[in-house]
Design a protein around this ligand. Structure first.
Ligand code: FCB
Length: 444
């Protein structure tokens, strides 16, 4: 035991998402990810979410597993297409089961599985999708709101907007820079409208994947590249969320792509709802430089593609930092998490922070010392941020189970519990034992 002791009441949880674990695709309508999986060449091995980790069938066993590991919280997402198909009862039961084991539920309303019919009607570039999300949020709150206190509206809206509508490596696989910026705004709007629709006793947040963006060199040109990416990755969300306005430099940088006339008077104020916490998902930092010849981006960690996820940023190049990497090829550098936690502590004084995702993909082995080392390094960083005044209230490890890793299909394993996809047998890895001890003792 070292001196890494965490505060009393710190939440120790794991995170999952509906499409990645549930399966049970026959009892809900299709989402954009079903369509994407069915499109040749989009997802590794043609893998689908039809069965996934079969959680829709095995959920009681999965909750029991969390209870056995002594985990105090669980972040899961509600499938919008399942709710549309009348399947909200599943989440109602899941919440009861969690609570009966003393596990605090944290509900994510949207983890990327847009109902296909809404994409057909225009998807996130269309303002109507935000209104549809607000009424879906109200419907979920109606059923779960008496027992669920912790809510995140959206998971990583950056990925939904820019991987979904600009680079096209995520569903729905569109490649329009202008549409991706419209999508980002309507996701922000959807957050604001949903936050306003949740019951007053809820604690409402959003799970962003802020980029810890660093210039390759101290040159003014590289600093400007970092500023541009910071605007597109971070301030496009935190601007309206925390300060009620889009940053002027973002609007100027992207002026050739869009005039932003889709932002209507009052929208930014609507997005600027009171937040009860900010969720931070963190895996790896980003290193950028100026590429005056216009040959960026590359090696940005979001899949090789001819289309950039960064609108109007072809003068920025991305670099793979030296050092160790996980099985995703993402470099391991916990200092990015420290920088982000301290940044939000300064930027939004007093706003509680939750690390809503952090974890690593490694080989399928049940003995996983590399994952433990990754987790230790990142938790030591969180401990340091706490000591330096960051109001971090909890940690959700990604992920409880091996699952469908989006365009990588089942080829990447993030679970602290191994899943045999043939038999659906769950086997806790060494990291699960390690994490259980941390949750029990509050220290490592
Ligand atoms: C995040 C996603 C999550 C998972 C991890 C590895 O971007 O929110 O669903 O895929 O990455």
């Amino acid at each position: 035991m070292t001196d890494m002791r965490f505060p009393e009441g710190f939440l120790w949880g794991t995170a999952t998402a509906a499409f990645q674990i549930e399966g049970g695709s026959a009892s809900r309508g299709p989402s954009i990810w079903d369509t994407f999986c069915a499109t040749p060449g989009k997802v590794y091995g043609g893998h689908t979410g039809d069965v996934a980790a079969d959680h829709l069938r095995l959920w009681r066993e999965d909750v029991r597993l969390m209870a056995e590991l002594g985990l105090g919280a669980y972040r899961f997402s509600v499938s919008w297409p399942r709710v549309l198909a009348g399947g909200i009862g599943f989440y109602d039961q899941l919440v009861d089961e969690l609570l009966s084991h003393g596990i605090t539920p944290c509900v994510t309303l949207y983890h990327w599985d847009l109902p296909q019919e809404l994409e057909a009607a225009g998807g996130w570039p269309d303002r109507e999708t935000a209104y549809a999300f607000a009424s879906y949020a109200a419907q979920v709150a109606e059923v779960l709101g008496d027992r669920v206190e912790l809510w995140t509206t959206l998971n990583e809206p950056w990925c939904s907007a820019f991987l979904g509508y600009a680079s096209g490596v995520h569903a729905p696989g569109r490649t329009s820079p202008a549409d991706s910026l419209r999508a980002a705004h309507h996701l922000n709007l959807a957050h604001g409208m949903a936050a306003a629709a949740l019951p007053a006793r809820s604690r409402v947040g959003i799970a962003l994947n802020p980029s810890a963006v660093r210039p390759l060199t101290p040159s003014a040109a590289d600093a400007d590249a970092a500023r541009r990416i910071d605007a597109l990755a971070n301030r496009i969300f935190t601007g309206p969320l925390l300060h009620g306005a889009y940053p002027p430099d973002l609007l100027a940088d992207t002026a050739a792509v869009t005039d932003w006339s889709f932002v209507r008077p009052g929208d930014e104020a609507l997005i600027h709802q009171p937040l009860d916490f900010l969720g931070v998902n963190y895996y790896t930092p980003a290193v950028v430089s100026a590429a005056p010849d216009g040959n960026g981006p590359r090696a940005d960690g979001h899949g090789g593609t001819a289309h950039s996820p960064w609108p109007a940023a072809d003068t920025v190049a991305f670099h793979q930092p030296p050092g160790e990497r996980t099985d995703m090829g993402w470099s391991i550098d916990p200092s990015g998490l420290y920088d982000l936690l301290m940044r939000f502590t300064r930027e939004a004084p007093g706003l509680p922070l939750l690390v809503t995702e952090n974890g690593a993909a490694y080989a399928p082995d049940v003995h996983d010392p590399l994952r433990i080392a990754y987790l230790e390094a990142h938790l030591a960083t969180i401990h340091r941020a706490l000591a330096d005044g960051a109001p971090v209230e909890g940690y959700f490890l990604w992920s409880l189970l091996d699952n469908f890793e989006w365009s990588y299909g089942y080829s990447k394993r993030f679970g602290i519990v191994h899943v045999d996809y043939e038999t659906q047998v769950r086997t806790p890895r060494s990291s699960a034992r390690w994490y259980a001890r941390l949750a029990r003792e509050g220290a490592f």
